[in-house]
Design a protein around this ligand. Structure first.
Ligand SMILES: [Zn+2]
Length: 358
């Protein structure tokens, strides 16, 4: 396929997505792609249906003028995205199903990165984030449709659910974690805010970096307000005060071990007791109530590791932990190693206590 042309297939449905600098380039690339598709279909005794073919121009500024594409011997003239009538439910339904398919596909990508890759962690995280970006993009199209007052059936819940799943995979969190907390830990802007940002950008006359940065700051502010007023996840909020500082940090990946401490959902007795896995929520080493805070800052079992860490990085409290971790990658690495050691040791001690349990 020519550069800048993407093909999305599903059963007997086919979408050709072309990006180009100029209208001429777009026509040339699309016709070339359509020609290849025609050849392939011909070889496989298939036929394209020109009467069912539609084209949408996803750009406000380009004028349709003489733009048209030859499909199966007929010319198809594109409609402008902003000019599709609101009552044309077929267009919106098609757009919606394409969005859903892309969402599913990027979720699969995200999962495969999670389980099969052996690349350095940071790269993986970036890739995972970018596949989430795809979702945000497609969903923002959906959202802007909804903002225009169209009456397509909406499934915001489904999309929010998919974003939650992605966030769970990015930071390997327990499934009991609340959505707002997992999105903050994974550093994913909630879709309703990301979509609102895109929608506001969409109606702007001129879009440049300054405008984008201004919108992004507004989004962070809204996210922060939601985070501050959320009545759940008080522990995570105690650690992560500022979502912007946390999300835009320059180093540090969240993983299975760190996430347990950030969320409080992990191998801590109090949590396991709350989800009715065990009868008693007290620490198996000192009989205090065992939560993430106790394990990290108080429990005598980890005193040696803790004093070694504190002598390296200075005083740590729940209020200053994240601030210090995000300051330098060395501190992040040391705290991460300490957290990992604790979780692994708890696993071993638990196994020694209950050898029959898997
Ligand atoms: Zn203890």
């Amino acid at each position: 396929m020519p550069q800048g042309v993407k093909i999305i297939c599903y059963a007997d449905d086919l979408a050709v997505l072309t990006t180009a600098e100029t209208s001429e380039g777009m026509i040339r690339k699309t016709e070339e792609a359509l020609y290849y598709i025609y050849l392939w279909m011909n070889q496989n005794q298939l036929e394209v249906a020109p009467e069912k073919t539609t084209a949408i121009l996803l750009n406000r500024k380009t004028k349709i003028g003489g733009i048209q594409f030859k499909v199966g011997g007929k010319y198809v003239k594109p409609t402008k995205y902003s000019e599709i009538p609101r009552n044309n439910t077929r267009y919106w339904a098609n757009l919606q199903s394409t969005c859903k398919r892309c969402l599913r596909k990027s979720k699969q990508n995200c999962q495969s990165y999670m389980w099969t890759t052996s690349e350095p962690k940071r790269t993986v995280l970036k890739k995972k984030k970018s596949s989430c970006g795809i979702n945000a993009k497609y969903n923002s199209i959906r959202r802007s449709c909804m903002g225009r007052g169209t009456k397509i059936p909406t499934d915001e819940k489904y999309i929010a659910f998919q974003q939650r799943k992605m966030a769970l995979r990015i930071c390997s969190a327990y499934h009991t974690i609340s959505t707002d907390a997992v999105l903050v830990i994974a550093g994913l802007i909630p879709l309703h805010l990301a979509a609102e940002e895109k929608r506001e950008l969409y109606v702007k006359a001129e879009i440049n970096d300054e405008v984008k940065n201004y919108q992004r700051r507004g989004t962070y502010q809204k996210w922060q307000e939601e985070w501050d007023t959320s009545d759940k996840r008080r522990w995570t909020r105690k650690l992560i005060h500022n979502v912007e500082d946390w999300t835009s940090r320059k180093h540090g990946d969240v993983d299975y071990y760190i996430t347990q401490f950030l969320s409080g959902h992990g191998v801590f007795m109090d949590f396991l007791h709350r989800i009715k896995k065990i009868r008693n929520g007290n620490c198996m080493y000192c009989d205090e109530i065992d939560d993430a805070e106790h394990t990290l800052f108080c429990c005598p079992r980890w005193e040696n590791g803790r004093s070694a860490l504190l002598s390296d990085v200075g005083m740590l409290t729940s209020d200053t932990l994240i601030m210090k971790m995000t300051k330098t990658s060395e501190i992040w690495g040391k705290v991460e190693a300490f957290m990992k050691e604790i979780i692994i040791e708890i696993g071993k001690d638990e196994k020694a206590r209950n050898p029959k349990k898997k």
